[in-house]
Design a binder for this molecule. Structure first.
Ligand code: AMP
Ligand code: ZN
Length: 476
């Protein structure tokens, strides 16, 4: 049984989808006016792992993540760059796709854009108008928060408390200071559409209500985003959706904790951002992914180069083990398992159970990774044992790594062709030196490879190489 923490009830609850066997997930995606930063990346990675895990658990998952492409930030940036809002969106959607792919994030089933769903948005606003939950003032349309008694139920505050906590722009025309825009009257030079209230554009919150209902009809199971979206974005989504349909909107609300830098939230407005685009130049993007998974998604994480470096090293060790298993598989035969091997086969089963237990408990990726590393520690011991290894043991070990990696997506499916070529070139040079009894050169090459973590073994069949598996202590 999967249990997840629901922001709406502030409890860990058993997860039961509306339609048996099917799950709908809607995650609020990026505003595509710039490269995304690693705070955003935490959210995107987390929900990528969530949907993969739910699929692994046998559910038919429909995952929707929008691109916000109509928004003040978009309009301002496009004006600054002297391009249209559409061109700006194209540029940064492309950039998102590239960076997300590098982070091992799979494309969503749908990536809707607000600009492509204006008719559905207008229809929803019209419903709210019909029910007197929204009102128009000179081409602007506002949601009337006082008309929706449940306002504040997600952030667990009433209107008064919310007023104290939020910076509310005083707008004399609004019935209540917390009323928010559903439709904004056209301004010169801004993208706009025809509507019953004149030309204009949708406000931000309404797009997610309209698009999630459009793509996930009858399966509004999980709605997700970063913690900063609880209020006002998700609170407003609930109000306008339930106000319009008189039906409960999403059942489970999941929010990812902040990624902080020096104890402050990473955000563009604070000017302390690091984009994935920048980081990718110097670090393996899968190390960023690994770094995010090493904490449970609700705990805040502090980012530093040092932590990222540690993540990178840990991941490298995991990759070496997986690579060594693959390499060894090509050189060993089948045989009946001895006691130690029987224990390793049992460990696969128990590790799978422990992995599921950790993930079923509100997607505790930190625990799940610990399970993977304990498993890896035992695999390294097996790889290093003098009696040798067997194919029928290494095969299920490899299978288990692949199974986990279908969810975590951190292990490189590397072909290593370039690396292989370099290493094989050096081995050939060393053989050449040895044939001339030039031991100094031969030893120097062995040392050079060793520094790169490559160990040479002179066997009767010739020279073999492997990536140094670190000893067990270092693997955790
Ligand atoms: P935005 O493009 O600003 O709308 O953000 C996209 C997603 O990233 C949203 O789900 C935000 O809640 C989330 N987000 C933004 N900054 C951070 C941060 N520092 N840590 C975690 N999540 C964040
Ligand atoms: Zn949203």
């Amino acid at each position: 049984m999967i249990r997840l923490y629901n922001t709406l009830t502030r409890k860990k609850e058993p997860f039961v989808p509306i339609k048996e066997g099917k799950i709908g997930i809607y995650a609020c995606g990026p505003t595509v006016y710039d490269y995304f930063h690693i705070g955003n990346a935490r959210v995107f990675i987390m929900f990528d792992v969530l949907r993969r895990y739910l699929a692994y658990r046998g559910y038919d998952v429909t995952f929707v993540q929008n691109y916000t492409d109509v928004d003040d930030k978009m309009i301002n940036k496009a004006a600054k760059m002297g391009i249209t809002v559409d061109e700006l969106a194209e540029k940064f959607i492309r950039a998102y796709e590239e960076d997300a792919t590098a982070l091992g994030i799979l494309p969503a089933d749908h990536h809707p854009r607000a600009s492509q769903h204006v008719p559905e948005i207008i229809e929803l606003i019209q419903k709210l108008m019909n029910q007197k939950m929204a009102y128009e003032i000179k081409g602007d349309v506002y949601f009337n928060v006082e008309a929706f008694p449940g306002y504040g139920k997600l952030s667990h505050q009433d209107l008064e408390e919310l007023m104290l906590g939020a910076r509310v722009e005083i707008d004399e025309r609004k019935k209540h200071p917390m009323d928010f825009a559903l439709w904004k009257k056209e301004k010169p030079g801004e993208p706009s559409w025809d509507s019953p209230w004149g030309r204009g554009r949708p406000g931000w919150h309404i797009e997610c209500s309209a698009m999630s209902m459009h793509y996930l009809e009858g399966m509004l199971d999980i709605h997700a985003g970063g913690q900063d979206l609880i209020f006002p974005h998700h609170e407003n989504e609930i109000a306008q959706s339930e106000g319009a349909t008189a039906q409960p909107f999403f059942r489970y609300w999941m929010h990812v904790g902040f990624l902080n830098i020096d104890q402050e939230k990473m955000s563009k407005s604070l000017g302390n951002i690091l984009t994935v685009r920048q980081l990718r130049k110097t670090i393996d993007p899968l190390a960023i992914r690994y770094f995010m998974l090493s904490a449970q998604y609700r705990t805040p994480i502090n980012f530093s180069d040092e932590y990222l470096e540690q993540a990178s090293k840990a991941l490298e060790r995991l990759n070496s083990t997986v690579y060594n298993v693959k390499e060894r598989l090509e050189n060993v035969a089948e045989g009946s398992p001895d006691e130690e091997e029987g224990a390793l086969l049992d460990l696969i089963e128990s590790s799978r159970e422990n992995f599921k237990k950790a993930m079923d408990d509100d997607f505790n990726t930190a625990e799940a990774i610990a399970v993977l590393f304990e498993f890896t520690r035992q695999v390294n011991i097996y790889l290093n044992r003098p009696q040798g290894q067997k194919k029928n043991i290494l095969k299920p070990v490899q299978g288990f790594y692949r199974e986990i990696n279908d969810i975590f997506g951190i292990i490189k499916d590397r072909h290593r062709t370039d690396l292989q070529k370099d290493i094989e070139g050096l081995i050939a040079e060393r053989e050449e030196a040895r044939s001339h009894k030039d031991w100094a050169t031969a030893d120097a090459i062995r040392e050079q490879l060793k520094e790169q973590g490559i160990i040479l073994e002179d066997t009767p069949q010739g020279v073999r190489w492997k990536i140094a598996a670190k000893d067990s202590e270092e693997t955790t």
